[in-house]
Design a protein around this ligand. Structure first.
Ligand code: PHE
Length: 347
């Protein structure tokens, strides 16, 4: 073997053994650059051809090719070995235990307060009422003036108001929807509507007070409507809502937009009227305010009080929900605690 061919064999020996001994991928990459890249030592061997005597050129060429093939083969084998190792490590790391329990999906629930709104709404829809959508931002005119609460009226203090401007406010009662419905009705004629929605008052929140709460307003206007119609309607509502055996009683009260005005109690659905903690021993639970629409209100909203009369009522949604579901703190309805919310599914 000529000297120069020996050189090829030595380089092949050196390159393959170093490649086989490489312990890291980075090291292998460096060896590739050193021997097999375009300017690497193995690739450059062909440039020695000039120094090889003619009769040896053929065997030299073969030796260089063999060297290149063998070193490349060693490189490929090593590279594959590293890749296999890498994959094995990855698989070991990312092992999935299919026997582990999966993550349970938290299901959303309807706030019990909406369950009550739906229930009350259904009862009145069955009686032929129409559902009216009110608005949370009201004018002083619809929230107060048209409901017979002039600017200096003391009852404004009963409903401490969130004012947005002198004229705009967050409605303190869904009764504002009464005034809208009457004013919008053209030509004037019978009305039978309910309006579920939010009301806002400047209150310090505690277990029984909240600065925002829901009411369901009801309004019926027609010819010859009397307080007997109001009583019969609310009695039917109480029975459907709280049970067949329930009775109601009306107590005299005051609202500027109704005359006469009443507070309505339902016989206690917990003790049946005997007296318990829920009804504070009285046998009765107050559930809503109501009354005959004040003739002044009818007139201001465009109805002739000599021709038309009507009744109105306002149910406190949270109050009913608290009684129905035994909730002791009104703030729970707004805290979005899923433990609370999911307690009422399907009740
Ligand atoms: N708006 C009254 C309140 O918020 C309730 C009510 C409605 C009373 C309709 C009478 C008639 O207290």
């Amino acid at each position: 073997m000529s000297q120069i061919t020996e050189k090829v064999a030595a380089l092949e020996e050196e390159a393959t053994s170093r490649i086989q001994a490489a312990s890291k991928k980075e090291e292998l990459n460096e060896l590739f650059a050193k021997y097999l890249s375009k300017k690497g030592e193995v690739s450059s061997l062909m440039s020695l051809m000039r120094e090889v005597p003619n009769e040896e050129k053929a065997s030299f060429g073969q030796a260089v090719n063999a060297c290149k093939n063998n070193v490349t083969k060693a490189y490929n084998e090593k590279k594959e070995a590293f890749e296999k190792e890498e994959l094995a490590a990855k698989l070991a790391n990312e092992k999935i235990d299919v026997t582990l329990p999966g993550n349970t999906l938290q299901q959303g629930h309807i706030n019990p307060y909406y369950l009550i709104i739906d229930e009350v709404t259904d009862i009145f829809l069955d009686m032929g009422y129409e559902v009216v959508e009110g608005r949370d931002v009201e004018t002083d005119r619809f929230n107060f003036e048209l409901l017979n609460v002039p600017k200096d009226h003391p009852s404004r203090d009963m409903q401490d108001t969130f004012y947005i401007s002198e004229e705009l406010l967050l409605r303190t009662q869904t009764s504002a929807a009464q005034a809208h419905t009457m004013c919008d009705k053209n030509p004037k004629g019978p009305i039978k509507m309910i309006c579920p929605g939010k009301a806002y008052r400047r209150d310090d929140d505690d277990m029984t007070h909240s600065h925002q709460f829901a009411q369901i307003e009801g309004l019926v206007i027609d010819k010859n409507i009397s307080i007997a119609n109001l009583k019969a309607t609310l009695e039917l509502f109480a029975k459907k809502m709280f049970g067949e055996k329930r009775e109601i009683r009306l107590r005299s009260s005051y609202f500027p937009f109704t005359e006469p005005s009443v507070e309505v109690d339902v016989s206690c659905f917990n003790c049946g009227g005997k007296g318990c903690a829920m009804c504070k021993g009285t046998g009765w639970i107050e559930i809503l305010g109501a009354g005959m629409v004040n003739p002044k209100v009818l007139e201001m909203c465009g109805y002739d009080p000599n021709e038309y009369s009507g009744f109105a009522f306002g149910v406190g949604v949270e109050r009913v929900a608290m009684l129905r579901y035994g909730v002791d703190d009104i703030r729970r309805f707004y805290q979005n605690d899923v433990r609370f919310l999911k307690d009422y599914v399907g009740k």
